[in-house]
Design a protein around this ligand. Sequence first.
Ligand code: HEC
Ligand code: HEC
Ligand code: HEC
Ligand code: HEC
Length: 446
Amino acid sequence: MSRVWLIIPVIALLAAGLAAVAWRSASDSHSADLRILFTGETFGELEPCDCAAQMAGGLPARSGFINQQTGPFLLLDTGCVGRGAREFEQFRAKATLRAMKEMGYDAVNIGEHELWLTPAEIRALDKIGVPFVSANVMDADLSALTPTYILIESAGRRIAVTGVVDNAYKQINPSLRVDPPDQAISRFLANLPDDIDTIVVLADLTQQGVRDLAQRFPEIDVILFRGRGDSLPPTLVNRTIIASVYGESRYIADITLIQTPGQPVTAQGRAVLLDNQYTGDPQVTKASIDWYKQQIDGRSFDLSENRPGSPLISPIQAEPGNGYVGSDACIQCHTAVHQNWQSQRHANAMQSLQRSGYDRSPECIVCHVVAYGANDGYISMRKTPNLGNVGCESCHGPGEALLKGACKGIARLSRETDCRQCHYGKHDPDFAFSQDWAIIDHTEPK
Ligand code: HEC
Ligand code: HEC
Ligand code: HEC
Ligand code: HEC
């Protein structure tokens, strides 16, 4: 693998003029093909959760795929490395970036989910060593957060890589300034040296926003953008190739730009599903994943901290005199129901997390215990062992008041919507209430 580049980060001045650069005639272009591998919206998914069978993705599989590739290529990311601003989510983003650094990423864009962070937190991510780029995000005090673009020199070709994020997100965070992408791109192009062979823009924009940029700025060779539920194969829009990738670390896109002097740029490529044929290289990702597990070890995270983050389940809050008491408190009166519950997988849900070492990871715990994130719910196996596993109160709500009143008139019956807080999407693609309820049915014979 020969991926030796010279990389120069460049911060363009905000006040620089908006003069359009001359269209670089196609004959200036380099004739060698340019291969680009890119990912996006990793959302801190270090490994597949394995809740359901045969799950793809994760950083080990990504590094396994990258390791198999030979020859020169750029390795880029369209942004949303992490998913939220809560402390554990920032640890996940950092672990992801550590692994991406080991994989040799050349640049990553500031995406929507990075906009939830403070300027200091974004700078901390940038320090990990994968260069962030952005043409339109800066500190609200107008100081630069990251380079505007990086210049990559490889085999005599000079490639400029910049990034933009939708400025519709700018209200997310008043401590950042997010300029309209077209203004930022004009500014970036105006400041670009003349001898650039290829201009690459990483974008967290809607597909329409990407098409508009391509129409307006034919000097851009390729726009790689965040797919949001779909991957777009390389497509020519005016004189620019656009392509996208998505997928919580399940996909990597592999495209090749063909720049023939005198011809419009063309491209080919595909999004590759990182299934289990790409076994990871533990040397590359294990240290980062272990680092994450160390950061969260022995910690409990206050999920009610008022920072935006990934959607977690919203357990019923406890009230004074009605806290969470644990499933064993129900044994004496509901002996048969309790026995039934104990024989079900719900009662052993922590073991599943222990197997993979994610039993302290909030992102997993939420669905595998009682009321994680509620004011009186699960904290840790040490502090609240009676609330580990999916218990009676995961579905029926806090039980303290039930004990006193022997449930008269106050016990809460659970419904399908309760199940769907945990049984949804990739965690249980085949959930069907009647069939799954039949497995755990504990109505008592009347
Ligand atoms: C002191 C005995 C006692 C304890 C302890 C107890 N229950 Fe009950 N529970 C009852 C009785 C009796 C009923 C039937 C009440 C009725 O028919 O009004 C009942 C009914 C229920 C019902 C059905 C309510 C309905 O509307 O049909 C649920 C759900 C329930 N209990 C959950 C729990 C949970 C969860 C716990 C533990 C946190 C618990 N109970 C602890 C005695 C108890
Ligand atoms: C949104 C809720 C949710 C989250 C978050 C979640 N799980 Fe699960 N998990 C489930 C459900 C539901 C099942 C049961 C799926 C089924 O019906 O087969 C499950 C099952 C499992 C199993 C058992 C699989 C088997 O067949 O034995 C493992 C292991 C597991 N999860 C690990 C994890 C890990 C690791 C994480 C975090 C990376 C995680 N889960 C996060 C809901 C969740
Ligand atoms: C995974 C969710 C879930 C868990 C865990 C759970 N239940 Fe239930 N429970 C339900 C649902 C759903 C119903 C049925 C509601 C209905 O009949 O429509 C129910 C019904 C009941 C009833 C009423 C039974 C009847 O004959 O009408 C009792 C009592 C009860 N649960 C007690 C418990 C106790 C005690 C535990 C823990 C040992 C427990 N449940 C664990 C979801 C759950
Ligand atoms: C708090 C989250 C949560 C809620 C609420 C929940 N489950 Fe689960 N459920 C899980 C987890 C996690 C597992 C997997 C446990 C394991 O094996 O680790 C699971 C496993 C199961 C299984 C076993 C899967 C199998 O294939 O054998 C069934 C059945 C099930 N749940 C049904 C239900 C039903 C029905 C409801 C609603 C009445 C419900 N669950 C509510 C989290 C939840």
